[in-house]
Design a protein around this ligand. Sequence first.
Ligand code: PLP
Length: 389
Amino acid sequence: MIEHGLFYRDTWVEVDLDCITANVAAVRKRLPAEVTIIGVVKANAYGHGDYQTAMAALNAGASMLAVAFMDEALSLRVKGINAPILVLGASRPEDVTIAAKNNIILTVFQREWIEKAQSFLAANANLSLHIKVDTGMGRIGVRNIEELREIEEAINKDSRLVFAGVFTHFATADELDNHYFLDQLERFDEMVSSLSSRPPCVHGSNSAAALRYGKANFNAIRLGIVMYGLSPSQEIKADLPIKLEEAFSLHSKLTQVKLIKRGEKISYGGTYEAEQDEWVGTIPIGYADGWIRRLQDQEVLIDGIRSPIIGRICMDQTIVRLPHQVEVGTVVTLIGKQGDAAVPIDEIADKLDTINYEIPCLISSRVPRLYKKGGEIIDLNNALLPKNN
Ligand SMILES: *Cc1c(COP(=O)(O)O)cnc(C)c1O
C-alpha cells in the first residue's frame, strides 16, 4: 500500500513536489523536443518516494522512468504507473517472464544472458531490451564491438525480443576536467555506429552530462539528482545552467524541553557537559532513522536559529541545545529551511564526507514521507490533510 499521510510520530520528511516539477520543467525547456527525459527513480526515488516523484516527473515532461532493479519497477506498476520503465541494472534471466508481463524494459550486456532468457520466455511473450555498453565506467556493459553485434543479432533473430535501445554511463560527467568524458563519448559513438541498425532509444547522459554536454544527449537523457534539486557535484555547482530547487526536507518536534545546570551531562557516555545553565530539548529521531551518530555537533534549526546537537545521537532520539526557552512541540528542522535560515543537503553531505546523493537515501523508511504541493501537505488524491502533523 501507498503511504496515506497519517502517522504517529513527530518526525517526518517533506517532499515538495513543486520543486521536482520545476526542476524537470527547467531541464525540459532546454532540451530539443526529440530528446526524451527518463526520470531516474531508483532507490525509492533517492529516498523521496518512487510513486509521487514518478508522477511529478511525468507531469513535468519526463516520458519514461528508470530504476535499478526489477523489484523497483514492479513497485511502480503495482502503484499504477503505466509509463515505460527501464531497469538499468542486471536482472536475472529467469525473471524475464515477469518483466514481459509487466511491460518492463530490461538491460542486457551478455550474450549468454540472452540464451538463458530465451529458455524462460513464453512463445508469445514480448520483451523490450536496451543493450548497455561499457565505455569506461567499468561497472556493467558490453566492452567490445564483436560481442555487441552478437547480442544485437541474437535479439533481432528472436521475434519475442525487441531491440529498443542502447546506452552507456559516464564516470566523470560531473568533473570539470572533461578528457575522460570525451573519450567515453567517442567510444560510445564508435560502438553505436557498429550496430547494424540504430535502435529507437540511444542514451548516455546522466544529470551532469545532460546539463553540460548537449551532444551526449542523443535522443534520451537519464535525469536523477537534478530532478531532486541537487547538484551532481560541488565542482560544477556554480556552472549549472538552471536554478535547482531542493525538494527534500527533514523535520521533527521537541518532545521535552528542560533547563540543565552547569556541569550536567547529556546522553550516552556523558560526552557533553553544560558549561553554563542552558535550555536543551529532545527530538524523536536517531541513527535508526538514518540520522547517524557521526552527525553529532551538526546544527539544526529551531525558531529559525542554528542550534547544535549535543551529546551522542541515540537510536531513536537526539538532544539539542536550544537558543532560548521554547515550547514542547516546536518544530526542529534538520534538513531544509526555516525562514531565511537553511541547512541544505550539501551541508550534511559535507559533514559526513560524502556526496549529496547519499543523504536522502540514508533517511530510513521508518521516517514517513509527506508530500507538498502549492505549499500545502497533500495526500495521494491531492486532498489537503489536516494541519496537525
Ligand atoms: C543512477 C543513474 C543515473 C542517474 O544519475 P544522476 O547523476 O542522478 O542524474 C543515470 N544512469 C544510470 C545508469 C544510473 O545508475
